[in-house]
Each structure stands twice: as C-alpha cells, then as structure tokens.
Ligand binder design. Structure first.
Ligand code: HEC
Ligand code: HEC
Ligand code: HEC
Ligand code: HEC
Ligand code: HEC
Length: 166
C-alpha cells in the first residue's frame, strides 16, 4: 500500500491484481491558506481569465496576485474572517502561498501550454472540472500521457514527443 501525496490518493494492490484507486479521506482538495470560493466569485460575474490572465495567450494560466484581490477587498466583505487573512497578506506585502493543484512532477519533463488549447476552443472544464461549483480548486481530472494523447489523436493535434516534453 502506498500513498501518493501528489495525487492524494490511496493506491492499493489487491490480491487479484486489480489496481484500486480509492479517494482518501482528505479527498482531492488541497489544504489552502485561505478558503477561496471560486463559486461565489464566478457568481459575481468574474471570468476565469480575469484572474488566470495567461490562459488564452501563454503557457501558464497563472495565479492572481494578492494585489488583484485587494482591488475589491480593500472595500468589500472586509468583515469576513477569510477576507481578513487576504488583507493581512496584502498589508505584509507578501503573496498568498497557494498550494498547487494541477502540477506535473518536474521529473516527467512535461511542457504543457494553455494557449493552443484555448485557441482550439477547449473549455477549462474539460481539463479542470466545473470550477463554478467548487470553492478552492479540486483535483477532479487526472491528466496522464494517455489522456493527452487520446484527445490529440481525435483532434489531429501533435503526437510528437517533443511537443509535450523537454
Ligand atoms: C470583483 C471583486 C472581487 C475580487 C477581484 C475578489 N473578490 Fe473575494 N469576494 C468579493 C465579494 C463581493 C465577496 C462576498 C461574496 C459573498 O458574500 O457571496 C467576496 C468574498 C471572498 C471571500 C469570503 C468567502 C466567505 O464567505 O467567507 C474570500 C476568502 C475571498 N473573497 C477571497 C478573495 C481572494 C483571495 C481574491 C483574489 C484572488 C478575491 N477574493 C478577489 C469580491 C471580490
Ligand atoms: C487541455 C487541458 C487543459 C485546458 C483546456 C485548460 N487547462 Fe489549466 N492546466 C492543465 C494542466 C495539465 C495544468 C498543469 C500544467 C503543469 O503542471 O505544467 C494546468 C494548470 C492550470 C493552472 C495552474 C497555474 C498555471 O499557471 O498554469 C491554472 C490556474 C489553470 N490551469 C487554469 C485554467 C483555465 C482558467 C483554463 C480555461 C481558460 C484552463 N486552465 C484550461 C490543463 C488544461
Ligand atoms: C477572483 C479570482 C479567480 C477567478 C474568477 C477564478 N479563479 Fe481559479 N483560482 C484563483 C485562486 C486564488 C486560486 C488558488 C486557490 C485554489 O487552488 O483554489 C485558483 C486556482 C485555480 C486552479 C488550480 C490551479 C493549480 O493548479 O494550482 C484552477 C484549475 C482554476 N483556478 C481554474 C479556474 C477556472 C476554470 C475559473 C473560471 C470558471 C476560475 N479559476 C476563476 C482565483 C480565481
Ligand atoms: C480535449 C482535448 C485535448 C486534451 C485533453 C489535451 N490536448 Fe493538447 N491540444 C489539443 C488541441 C486541439 C491542440 C491544438 C492543435 C492545433 O492547434 O493544431 C493541442 C495542442 C497542444 C500543444 C501544442 C502543440 C504544438 O504543436 O504546438 C501541446 C504542447 C499540447 N497540446 C500538450 C498537451 C498535454 C501535455 C496534454 C495533457 C496534459 C494535452 N495537450 C491535453 C487538444 C487537447
Ligand atoms: C500530448 C502530450 C504528450 C506527448 C505527445 C507525449 N507525452 Fe509523454 N507524457 C505526457 C504527460 C502529460 C506525462 C506525465 C504523466 C504523469 O505525470 O502522470 C508524460 C510522461 C512520460 C514519461 C514518464 C513516464 C510516465 O508515464 O509518467 C515518459 C518516459 C514519456 N512521457 C515519454 C514519451 C515519449 C517517448 C513520447 C513520444 C513517443 C511522448 N512521451 C509523447 C504527455 C505527452
């Protein structure tokens, strides 16, 4: 039995030789420094790209700086305890240390790029699930070389090793 911290799953090898992948008690939700609710911010009318500003043109989607949060939270919802944590980071001038949710290990040598997928019209939810229903991002979609290649074959995108690896 082993515990894969990166995928936060308990992986068990049964006697019948069947791999059982069981979501463990802490689930696929990262323990974030602040309980940031995606759902309520999307309800306010914010677009994914308002905060993840690289997703349409760059490799990395990017995480928003605490300065962006303060555009609203210098005035709005200041009484909420979780918002007070945001304000405390901003006052100290340090970024919120978010725990990464979707992240390939460096030893896999994968170079993922958001821009070509955005330009091909593939929605965020295809690869990240429905964030409009989540608070902090959860790891709901597992990306493997097989899952990348299955879609690349269907859409006639590159299957060249060098497209995805460095
Ligand atoms: C466009 C304005 C806006 C921006 C930008 C914004 N927020 Fe908010 N946020 C709000 C409003 C308004 C609420 C109160 C929503 C409600 O009560 O449903 C809120 C609520 C919250 C809450 C409290 C949730 C709760 O009920 O306890 C947290 C935490 C939070 N925001 C964090 C952040 C962080 C972190 C950022 C930056 C990544 C950010 N917000 C960016 C407007 C914004
Ligand atoms: C084809 C699948 C795919 C699509 C479509 C996609 N992503 Fe991603 N996203 C990924 C993968 C894979 C990673 C991890 C990349 C890594 O570790 O290098 C990732 C990482 C991220 C990250 C982490 C930080 C970063 O800088 O990359 C954010 C935020 C993100 N995606 C947001 C989005 C948003 C917003 C959209 C829609 C505009 C989107 N993604 C569309 C697959 C996708
Ligand atoms: C108000 C800003 C804001 C908006 C709007 C927003 N996000 Fe995020 N997003 C964040 C913050 C802050 C984090 C880091 C905390 C977390 O992991 O939930 C994050 C994390 C993520 C991650 C995990 C990144 C990683 O690998 O660590 C994904 C994927 C993501 N967002 C996708 C989306 C999508 C899709 C939308 C639109 C439906 C969206 N976000 C809208 C602020 C935002
Ligand atoms: C749902 C379908 C889908 C999934 C899943 C997907 N891709 Fe793609 N990918 C595409 C499409 C479509 C393109 C654009 C092809 C074009 O522009 O000709 C693309 C383009 C790319 C490119 C640019 C290739 C080039 O020639 O410049 C890279 C790199 C890439 N994908 C990596 C990945 C990786 C790594 C994964 C898995 C984490 C992944 N993709 C998952 C559909 C997908
Ligand atoms: C469409 C994108 C894509 C293409 C094309 C691709 N790979 Fe991968 N590959 C990945 C991703 C994503 C991972 C990481 C999977 C993980 O971390 O679970 C990976 C992982 C690997 C690994 C590490 C072992 C593993 O399975 O985790 C090796 C070795 C590898 N790829 C070799 C290749 C070779 C050789 C080619 C060309 C024949 C190739 N890859 C083409 C996306 C791709």
């Amino acid at each position: 039995m082993l515990f894969d911290w990166r995928k936060r799953r308990l992986i068990r090898f049964s006697s019948k030789g069947v791999w059982l992948i069981v979501l463990c008690a802490i689930g696929a939700m990262a323990d974030q420094p602040i309980a940031f609710p995606h759902n309520s911010h999307v309800k306010l009318g914010l677009d994914c790209l308002d905060c993840h500003i690289g997703a349409d043109t760059r490799a990395a989607a990017g995480l928003p700086s605490v300065r962006k949060c303060m555009l609203c939270h210098a005035k709005l919802a200041k009484e909420k305890p979780e918002v007070q944590k945001v304000i405390a980071y901003a006052n100290k001038g340090i970024e919120i240390p978010w725990v990464r949710v979707y992240d390939f290990p460096s030893e896999a040598h994968v170079k993922f790029r958001h821009a070509p997928h955005y330009q091909a019209g593939i929605s965020c939810s295809t690869c990240h699930g429905d964030l409009t229903k989540e608070t902090v991002a959860e790891h709901t979609v597992t990306h493997t070389m097989g899952s990348c290649l299955t879609c690349h074959r269907q859409k006639h995108a590159s299957e060249d090793c060098a497209a995805c690896h460095f």
